[in-house]
Design a protein around this ligand. Structure first.
Ligand code: FNR
Length: 359
């Protein structure tokens, strides 16, 4: 088989050592409700970098306080947070990986609880650090509060906040920026006719529903300049009739490419609570491959890719340019090194300290 998975990839001039990247995964580990990364994040992200990943993408990070999913999310709306991220990027870099960060606004799905601890049905109450969510239209996600409809000024503030957070991310040492346009959070809510029923220039036609995401990409690109690789994460389908779907995703992706997006991270779902999703190994891969084939833009595939041979095959066959390994990398942060061993690559960055484990 062609060597593929551990070949470097260059994105907008940035060389990444291989094609196994870590997707953003919220840790809900900020306990002071101030969005600042903790020792947990440092250890967690550092171990993933040490484990051999090409790039480690930090979890969904709120560009404004009300854009966090939970009160325990990370944030990048102030310079204290920016300065605290520096040691995260330094540690990732010290292990040879590139550092990315997912900039996010949770929209109508904001102010919800983490999965453990007291029961977290519905929104987090104000006395526990919750807040009133915003969205494109006053349409609630199942079980959550009806969001306040963003005004056009409110939309402008969100776009500006993405740009300001992008600046802080670059200043904190991040190599790759990712805009969260997936999983039923704010930018996806604008894309999908199920959550966006606006009558202004941000609702209605595909062009209008795509406007806020494209404005966000433009604002981020204008802020950080031409050198920084920019990823957009999309849900390729709502998995529901009449919702967001693959043909719309492909048209949007073409526009995103024209607006300076370098890679699409192709996920699905998240905007509809009871969508029927045929989950299984590589179940989202066909969406990534189709987007790559129809638009020519590089793509990252994600979703139950947890086997070295499966990952190698995806890249070798050109079905995707990058594979994102999520839960398997939580089970084994050294998954990339283990995969390289299984595939008989001789990785120059396998830690010598661990050599005896592989004899
Ligand atoms: C996630 N996922 C996720 N996605 C995202 O875009 N931003 C995020 O912050 C998170 N947070 C998150 C936390 C945890 C604990 C998990 C397990 C997942 C989704 C994740 O990036 C990935 O798309 C899925 O986990 C599917 O890939 P795997 O796990 O099957 O490899």
């Amino acid at each position: 088989m062609t060597r593929a998975l551990f070949d470097p990839i260059t994105i907008r001039g940035l060389e990444v050592r291989n094609r196994i990247w870590i997707p953003p995964m919220c840790q809900y580990a900020v306990d002071a409700q101030d969005g600042i990364p903790t020792d947990w994040h440092l250890m967690h992200l550092g171990s993933l970098a040490r484990g051999g990943a090409g790039a480690v993408i930090v979890e969904a990070t709120g560009v404004v306080p009300e854009g966090r999913i939970s009160p325990q999310d990370l944030g990048l709306w102030n310079d204290t947070q920016r300065d605290a991220f520096q040691r995260v990027t330094d540690l990732i870099h010290s292990q040879g990986a590139k550092a990315g960060i997912q900039l996010a606004h949770a929209g109508r799905k904001a102010s919800t609880g983490r999965e453990w601890g007291p029961r977290t049905d519905g929104n987090v109450p104000a006395e526990h650090g919750g807040w009133q969510p915003v969205g494109p239209s006053p349409i609630a996600f199942s079980g959550l509060a009806v969001p306040t409809e963003l005004t056009t000024d409110g939309i402008r503030e969100v776009v500006d906040a993405f740009a300001a957070a992008a600046r802080r991310a670059v200043d904190a040492g991040f190599d790759i920026l990712e805009i969260h346009g997936a999983h039923g959070y704010l930018l996806h809510e604008f894309l999908s006719p199920l959550s966006n029923q606006r009558a202004d220039e941000y609702g209605g036609s595909l062009e209008n529903r795509s406007r806020v995401l494209l404005e966000t990409v433009d604002a981020v690109r204008a802020e950080v300049g031409q050198d920084v690789p920019l990823v957009v994460r999309l849900s390729a389908t709502d998995w529901v009739e009449g919702g967001w779907d693959l043909p719309q995703t492909e048209r949007l992706t073409a526009w995103l490419g024209e607006h300076g997006t370098d890679l699409i991270s192709v996920s699905t779902g998240g905007n509809v609570a009871d969508a029927r999703i045929p989950v299984g190994p590589g179940y989202q891969l066909p969406f990534a491959t189709s987007i790559k084939q129809t638009t020519g833009l590089p793509v990252a595939a994600v979703g139950m890719i947890d086997n070295p041979f499966q990952a190698e095959q995806i890249v070798a066959l050109g079905q995707a340019d990058v594979v994102l390994v999520g839960r398997e990398s939580l089970r084994d942060p050294n998954f990339p090194i283990r995969a390289a061993e299984a595939l008989r690559y001789d990785l120059p960055y396998k830690p010598a300290q661990y050599e005896r484990a592989y004899r």
